[in-house]
Design a protein around this ligand. Sequence first.
Ligand code: URA
Length: 243
Amino acid sequence: MSSLRQKACLAAMGVDIWVRRAREPDSMTPPRAPRTSVAREQEPVSAATPVPTQPLLDWETLATRVADCRACELHEGRTQTVFGTGSRSAEWLVIGEAPGAEEDKRGEPFVGRAGQLLTSMLGAAGLPRPQVYIANILKCRPPSNRDPKPEEVTSCEPYLFNQIALLKPRIILAVGRIAAQNLLKTQTPIGKLRGQRHAFGPEEIPVVVTYHPAYLLRSPGEKRRAWEDLLFARQVYESLPAR
Ligand code: URA
């Protein structure tokens, strides 16, 4: 985590960088802990979420099905659906809430201001955007960016579950309360979901939860915690047995 690029990204995020001091060989003083610590609840804390079984569609059929979807009222106000983007062999899946205005216009997730921050954060954590797959709980923009309604989530989540089944990610980063609570089927507040390893689906794919970048734009003081979450996610990923 000490390359120039990462430092530049962290600076852009407004996150200070700490370098662990080298231990004095003869000193009995333990090295000082960095001011931010990464949560260490490595054991999965939530049971695997039951995922509805449906016939699995291939990527192209699924993308067409999403583009043509009229299952909920959100299709009426959309410019286009936002399917997801990134490498279809990615080991990391980032899941957000729903497209905003810019995403609705461009057909790609996380390309507005919040998306730019997310992209910087992922890059700083050694996860350049083309190497991860990014999708949302909802494929259409809710009006005025309101929270998704439960029936919209119910209509739309089979598409996401199909994406997960095709991608088979090694780890999922759930970005924001809406993504985390819907993915994990819980009402637990995001502050309690952070710092723990959760599990998704019968394969018990590890899930790590972090704040939404739109929230970080409003509360820049929380960027440090989001950075800890990314480091924790990396730690979980690196602890996985080789595939
Ligand atoms: N917020 C999200 O949760 N997803 C996007 O794609 C854009 C903003």
